[in-house]
Design a protein around this ligand. Structure first.
Ligand code: DQA
Length: 140
């Protein structure tokens, strides 16, 4: 099974950025934990701060991979183009957020992407990614 994790803008700064919200672990360390946990799954990781590059990655993997775990960062709340890309591909996509966006500013309460996704997981810290992978496994 082949799963693609895609992290959007500013998520390259996990472990450094706003630690009280996002925690002190960097994503690469967490990814190693995930890989140890899901030994039968190939977990691919991609991060970009650029909207078009995220769309290109969705197109690249979205007709052959078994699942996509997408944290589009702030693009979640703004990007019709990413929503259209998710709707255009075949691979089920799970929207994830590290923080509970519903406890935060009102502009984070709306997702442009959620309606195109299989489901949404938010608020479990880095474990939101693990829960998203678990949810993809339920479909197989
Ligand atoms: C985030 C929540 C977004 O509102 C924010 O812009 C991010 C991270 C999260 O993982 O909690 O960059 O997607």
């Amino acid at each position: 099974m082949n799963i693609q994790i895609i992290n959007g803008p500013n998520l390259n700064l996990l472990g450094v950025r706003e630690k009280s919200i996002y925690g002190s672990a960097d994503f690469e360390s967490y990814l190693a934990e995930l890989q140890n946990h899901f030994t039968n799954i190939t977990i691919n990781y991609y991060q970009s701060n650029v909207e078009g590059e995220i769309i290109n990655k969705l197109h690249e993997v979205g007709f052959s991979y078994d699942g996509i775990v997408l944290n589009a960062g702030a693009y979640t709340h703004t990007s019709i183009a990413i929503a259209d890309a998710i709707a255009a591909i075949k691979t089920p996509t799970i929207e994830v957020h590290i923080s509970n966006v519903y406890k935060r500013e009102e502009f984070r309460h709306h997702s442009m992407l959620a309606a195109s996704c299989k489901g949404v997981i938010a608020g479990f810290g880095m474990h939101s990614y693990r829960l998203a992978i678990e949810s993809l496994l339920l479909q197989y």
